[in-house]
Design a protein around this ligand. Structure first.
Ligand code: NAP
Length: 235
């Protein structure tokens, strides 16, 4: 059943953008492996869920080993899982900063590392790491979150050079505000301020995210690596 289908790992599939992408790529014919810390109710024979915190090195290793055991391959990774804590830097405890860096940066690195070991055997792979426009626009109130996502971009650019020899492309993608739980607590005026600064003055959508991922993971995009695409006109 599984031989012809490509296997995709999407982190953070319980809700939000990750959940949308899981269902989207199941419908596109992928075998989707997802993870989150809490229970996920995606119900499909083409979906398998792992209870894994991406910052847990042993958990990530075990998850990827399990994927290889069941499918013998891993073709695409979308590193979507992340946390954000919107705080003025004067009010940001070290524990909150450390946790954001651990999940957003170390978690992304761990998943890339374990996935790349599998992809390199087939000399083919696609990695898309999620960043955000709040990094290039330097949004006040999101210093540590934005810094963690800037780190994701730099990490991805270097990863592209380290993995290119095995036919693995690594790109990052930064969305504009999308109405998920991640930003539901942000005051409306703050979201409006960001949207008004965009070339395309609207909220982002999960469909926008799928569109960029489609481009990066296409077999035809084998010479597109180390790049970052931001939505909404941000560079
Ligand atoms: N929404 C926006 O406006 C926006 C804009 C730009 C970029 N982004 C980026 O888009 C991505 C998705 O954001 P979203 O808005 O969909 O967020 P969300 O609604 O808060 O969902 C986050 C997902 O990640 C999972 N997750 C969180 N920490 C995890 C961990 N340590 N290990 C494994 N899974 C974890 C969550 O499930 P559990 O809680 O069960 O673990 C959940 O499924 C993020 O990378 C975010 O930075 C979002």
């Amino acid at each position: 059943m599984t031989d012809a289908k490509k296997v995709m790992l999407i982190t953070g599939t319980r809700k939000g953008i990750g959940r949308y992408l899981a269902e989207y790529y199941i419908n596109q014919g992928y075998l989707v492996e997802g993870c989150s810390r809490k229970e996920c109710d995606i119900d499909s024979p083409f979906y398998h869920h792992h209870f894994v915190d991406v910052a847990d090195e042993k958990g990530v290793r075990t998850m990827v080993a399990d994927i290889v055991k069941r499918h013998g391959r891993l073709d695409v990774v979308l590193n979507n899982a992340a946390i954000a804590s919107m705080n003025h830097v004067l009010l940001t405890p070290a524990a909150s900063a450390n946790r954001m860096l651990e999940v957003n940066v170390t978690g992304t690195m761990l998943v890339c590392r374990e996935a790349a070991k599998v992809m390199m055997r087939k000399r083919w792979g696609r990695i898309v790491n999620f960043t955000t426009i709040v990094a290039p626009i330097a949004l006040a109130g999101e210093a540590v979150y934005a810094a963690s996502k800037s780190a994701v971009v730099t990490f991805t650019r270097i990863l592209a050079f380290e993995l290119g020899q095995w036919g693995i492309t690594c790109n990052s993608f930064g969305a504009t505000p999308i109405m998920t739980d991640m930003i539901r607590g942000v005051p409306k005026e703050k979201v409006d301020e960001v949207v008004n600064g965009l070339a395309i003055k609207r909220l982002g959508t999960p469909e926008d995210c799928a569109n960029v991922c489609d481009f990066f993971i296409s077999p035809a995009s084998d010479n597109i690596t180390g790049q970052v695409i931001y939505l909404g006109g941000i560079t």
